[in-house]
Design a binder for this molecule. Structure first.
Ligand SMILES: [Zn+2]
Length: 272
C-alpha cells in the first residue's frame, strides 16, 4: 500500500514520459506556444496540511508552504469551485488560467490547518471524503495514526460555504480491481451517507489512487455517472481543457514545495 501511494506520487509529480517522436527542443517550443494561447484549469490534489516529521508517502504540505502556494495561485489565475467545472467544460467557457483546489480522504487537518488559510485567501476548495473513515474511529490503512474527520467536523468544514464535500468511496479501494457490483456499492454508499448527514447533494467524486486503467476503468466511470455524480477526478499531471473527459478530469499532485518550485510546476503542468 505504502509503495503504491509513493509510486502514484512519483508518477503524478513527474508525469509519464512523452514518446511523440518530436525532437526535445521542438517539444519545448511547442509546449510554450500552447501555454501562451491556452484556456484551462489546473486542478490540484492535496492530502494533508500540517507539520510532521512522519510523512513516508509525501502526503503533507506545511502550513507555511501551503500559504506560499496559495499566494502563487492568487497571482496566477482565478479560483473555481469544482462543482462549477462540469458546466464550464460543457460550455467551453474555461478562463484563461483557472485553478481548483482539492483534498483527498478527509483528514482532520483539512479543517484545523487548511480551512483557516483557505478562508484568509478567500479560495474555494473541495474535500473528497471516504465515508467509511468518518466518525468510525477506523484509521486509514496506510497510516494507522490517522483517522478521518468526525461528522461534526465534516459539518463544520462544509458549513463554511467555501469548502465543498465530494465522494471518495466508502472504504478507499482500488475500484478498478473490484467486481462491478462492489464498485457500485462503494460509489453509492459514500454518496448516500455523506448526503444524509450533511443534508446536501454530493455531486463531485474523486477516484481513490486516481490512475486510469489500474485504479479506475471505463466501467467505473459509467458507475460514477449512474450514481448521480456530475463529474469525477483522476490523478494525472495535465490541465483541464475543452477536450477533457468530465469523468476523468486530471489533477496535479502537490508536494511540500516552496512558492518558486510550485510556480515552476504550475507552469509545466499548464503547458502539457
Ligand atoms: Zn484517497
Amino acid at each position: 500500500m505504502l509503495s503504491e501511494i509513493a509510486n502514484n506520487r512519483v508518477r503524478a509529480t513527474t508525469g509519464n514520459a512523452e514518446c511523440t517522436g518530436v525532437p526535445r527542443v521542438l517539444r519545448g517550443t511547442r509546449r510554450r506556444f500552447r501555454g501562451m494561447f491556452r484556456r484551462g484549469v489546473i486542478v490540484l490534489v492535496y492530502h494533508r496540511i500540517g507539520s510532521t516529521a512522519h510523512d513516508p508517502d509525501n502526503l503533507v504540505v506545511s502550513p507555511a508552504r501551503f500559504a506560499e502556494q496559495l499566494d502563487v495561485l492568487k497571482r496566477w489565475g482565478v479560483g473555481i469551485p469544482t462543482r462549477d467545472l462540469p458546466a464550464l467544460l460543457a460550455q467551453r467557457r474555461f478562463p484563461r488560467r483557472g485553478y481548483a483546489i482539492t483534498f483527498d480522504d478527509g483528514y482532520v487537518d483539512n479543517l484545523t490547518c487548511a480551512k483557516p488559510l483557505l478562508e484568509k485567501a478567500a479560495t474555494p476548495a473541495t474535500v473528497f471524503v471516504s465515508s467509511g473513515f468518518t466518525s468510525t474511529g477506523k484509521p486509514f490503512p496506510w497510516d494507522e495514526s490517522l483517522t478521518g474527520m468526525s461528522r461534526a467536523q465534516l459539518r463544520e468544514i462544509s458549513d463554511s460555504g467555501l469548502i465543498d464535500i465530494g465522494g471518495h468511496t466508502h472504504n478507499h479501494p482500488r475500484l478498478g480491481e473490484l467486481q462491478q457490483e462492489e464498485q457500485a456499492r462503494e460509489i453509492a454508499q459514500c454518496k448516500g451517507e455523506l448526503e444524509e448527514f450533511l443534508g446536501k447533494k454530493i455531486s463531485t467524486f474523486a477516484y481513490p489512487f486516481g490512475w486510469y486503467g489500474t485504479d479506475y476503468t471505463d466501467t467505473t466511470k459509467r458507475l460514477v455517472s449512474e450514481a448521480g455524480y456530475s463529474c469525477a477526478f483522476a490523478v494525472r499531471p495535465a490541465p483541464l481543457v475543452d477536450e477533457s473527459d468530465v469523468y476523468g478530469m486530471p489533477r496535479c499532485w502537490v508536494a511540500d514545495w516552496d512558492g518558486d518550485e510550485f510556480a515552476r510546476r504550475l507552469s509545466d503542468w499548464y503547458s502539457r
